[in-house]
Design a binder for this molecule. Structure first.
Ligand code: GLY
Length: 265
């Protein structure tokens, strides 16, 4: 075990655009406040740096309202990176915008390219031993199969699982906490997809706390979920709470806001 699933040197983020008010959402609870989102975003980046990250901050992309959620554009592994093919038509072009940034960091960049393949990074949970990919409204079987083909010679083990109905992404409902441990909602873990892992359930009524990230020694979680925070603290994690009220209005969370990786030397 190398802890390569949560120990990284780099992160990529993208500044929120003023077009963020047109961001996709399942339920309209009002538009995000850009100034408050920018403040939360700055706090997120400061915390990643405190965890040891070299953070590459990309410029806002006005033509893509959801482009602050860079995680959906790529999967970064130790051996190389794979550019995704987002299933939301308004987000398809975000992947090509990310490619040159990863090409300059990775020698080996591969691309999900089949017209029938759709896959977003938010549906991918990388653990120490496997890559779980949830089929969802954004990720289909063809996308998962293409990812498996593209990464087979890197030794990647891709396992298809299911994102719960009505949930945007697989990682909306779960996060890796360490090599053995996953934070999850009950509705997801009850499917049995995490059998063999140690599980920490988010507190009932705090399902939105499930999307957190572990970056080196820190866990970044959305503020406002005290019972889940206390469970993580009791389990020994060094937790940092980040405001997420504005991203939450357009179904975004901690993992969506960055790509986290260690480029191949
Ligand atoms: N608003 C985030 C997404 O739907 O992709």
């Amino acid at each position: 075990m190398t802890d390569r699933s949560f120990r990284f040197t780099h992160a990529i983020t993208r500044r929120p655009a003023t077009s963020i008010i047109a961001g996709l959402r399942a339920v309209d609870t009002g538009n995000p406040d850009l100034a408050l989102m920018q403040a939360h975003h700055a706090d997120y980046i400061t915390t990643l740096r405190a965890a040891g990250a070299t953070v590459i901050e990309l410029a806002a992309l006005e033509e893509y309202p959801d482009s602050v959620f860079v995680e959906d554009t790529a999967l970064c592994l130790s051996e190389g990176a794979v550019i995704m093919r987002p299933g939301a038509p308004s987000r398809l072009g975000e992947a090509a915008e990310m490619a040159p940034n990863l090409a300059s960091l990775y020698g080996d960049l591969r691309v999900i390219a089949e017209p029938g393949s759709f896959i977003e990074g938010g549906d991918i949970l990388m653990t120490e031993t496997e890559i779980l990919v949830g089929r969802s409204a954004r990720t289909n079987a063809a996308g998962i199969a293409e990812l498996a083909r593209l990464t087979a010679d890197w030794g990647a083990v891709v396992r298809e699982v299911h994102t719960p109905p009505g949930v945007l992404h697989f990682k909306t409902d779960c996060s890796l906490m360490d090599a053995e441990t996953i934070l999850s909602t009950k509705r997801l873990s009850d499917s049995g997809c995490f059998n063999g892992y140690r599980l920490i359930d988010v507190a009932e009524g705090e399902e939105a706390a499930a999307n957190a990230i572990r970056f080196n020694d820190l866990v970044l979680m959305a503020a406002g979920f005290p019972r889940t925070r206390d469970r993580l603290l009791a389990a020994g994690y060094d937790v940092r709470e980040i405001g997420n009220s504005e991203c939450a209005k357009i179904d975004g969370g901690m993992s969506c806001l960055s790509l986290r990786f260690t480029p191949k030397a």
